[in-house]
Design a binder for this molecule. Structure first.
Ligand code: SAH
Ligand code: DHB
Ligand code: MG
Length: 217
């Protein structure tokens, strides 16, 4: 039965339940385990999406037959790998990473997983790289998961470069609980939501960090 607490995620989403479901629905193969584990083994920040969110990204791309995909914020390539699994043989995923160390780890993980040819890791600031990708669009899906203060500009780029029916995905859409705060980055995140709601059919899924999902009008 749903009440205010269960709808707020405070009743049923217990750690043991989530762990059981994650093992069943979003199990790691060797490549995913390697990429997820890079936070420890390579000393990268542990800020990748969770297994269930990664699996959801894969399924959203499969549902929309996505063939051309852009990701902003690669880290070790964990979310990249989930999404690459959804691509057909002639599909391609461009992922953008500003930190050359993260990009090198991601390239290694993607190649080891057999997705080296279906993915390109671009090293640089997303606002510099995105214009270079425009000639390869329009795209079928854009996943935003980098610096939160630029989400408004990434969202605007996505609105410009997604086909009608294309998917917008944005992690950390709750902005760590600070969405309604009076700061430049929070305002940028609110603008991201507002502009997405205008150009896409949208919902903010209540994953642990909030996942914005939009279908381009
Ligand atoms: N999507 C990844 C996690 C990304 S973490 C996953 O779920 O597995 C965010 C990444 O964005 C970090 O690696 C960080 O270096 C990168 N980043 C931060 N600012 C950026 C920018 N302006 N352009 C591109 N990447 C950026
Ligand atoms: C951070 C970034 C993320 O993309 C995330 O999902 C969690 C944390 C961070 O920069 O702290
Ligand atoms: Mg994130």
């Amino acid at each position: 039965m749903a009440d205010a607490d269960s709808r707020a995620g405070r009743t049923y989403a217990e750690p043991a339940v989530l762990a059981w479901l994650e093992d069943l629905h979003a199990p790691h193969d060797g490549a995913l385990a390697q990429a997820f584990g890079a936070s420890e083994s390579e000393n990268l920040p542990a800020i990748q999406v969770g297994p269930s969110e990664g699996r959801a990204l894969e399924l959203f791309l499969r549902m929309s037959n996505a063939r051309r995909v852009v990701e902003i914020g690669t880290l070790a390539g964990y979310s990249t790998l989930w999404m690459a699994r959804a691509l057909p043989a002639d599909g391609h995923l461009h992922t953008i990473e500003v930190d050359p160390l993260h990009a090198a780890v991601a390239r290694r993980n993607l190649e080891a997983a057999g997705f080296g040819d279906r993915t390109t890791v671009h090293v640089g600031a997303a606002l510099d790289i995105l214009p270079l990708l425009e000639g390869q669009g329009p795209f079928d899906a854009v996943f935003i998961d980098a610096d939160k203060g630029c989400y408004d500009r990434y969202g605007a780029w996505a609105a410009q470069n997604l086909r009608s029916g294309g998917l917008l995905l944005g992690d950390n859409a709750f902005y760590f609980g600070n969405l309604l705060v009076d700061s430049d980055a929070a305002r940028a995140m609110r603008r991201f939501h507002e502009e997405a709601a205008a150009a896409f059919a949208t919902v903010c899924l209540p994953t642990p960090d909030g996942l914005l999902l939009g279908i381009r009008h």
